[in-house]
Design a protein around this ligand. Sequence first.
Ligand SMILES: [Zn+2]
Ligand SMILES: [Zn+2]
Length: 136
Amino acid sequence: MEDLLKGKGYKITGARLAILDVFSKAKLPLRGEDVYKELKRDKNNRVINEATVYRTLTSFAEGHILKRIDFRKGSAYFELALEHHHHIACIKCDTVEDFESKDVEKALGGIVRNSSQFINIQDHSLELFGFCKKCS
Ligand SMILES: [Zn+2]
Ligand SMILES: [Zn+2]
């Protein structure tokens, strides 16, 4: 995680490392409040305040360390930008599932080739919304 910060030109601070550590252990995207709650459980991290968490998340998203995900829930979700995948999110509850699909990636590549104005796409995000088994 230190290399990741250095590689992106960030100074290494305890708060930044602690926040990245939360993400490296998380299985699913997190909101600022989730990160803050997680940090508070560890007494070494209790000095990090909520404003610092939100500021760091925004900065990491701008620096492409984190990816911001819009689940249409009011607050933004974040996850490490290292790996590429997509999500399915429940409209009613907080259930989220990751998915990867070679077919989807291939199809998106074809869309770029057929575009009249774009020759190169840097990134994309794709979220599916529906009802989980519990909520339907
Ligand atoms: Zn649900
Ligand atoms: Zn994709």
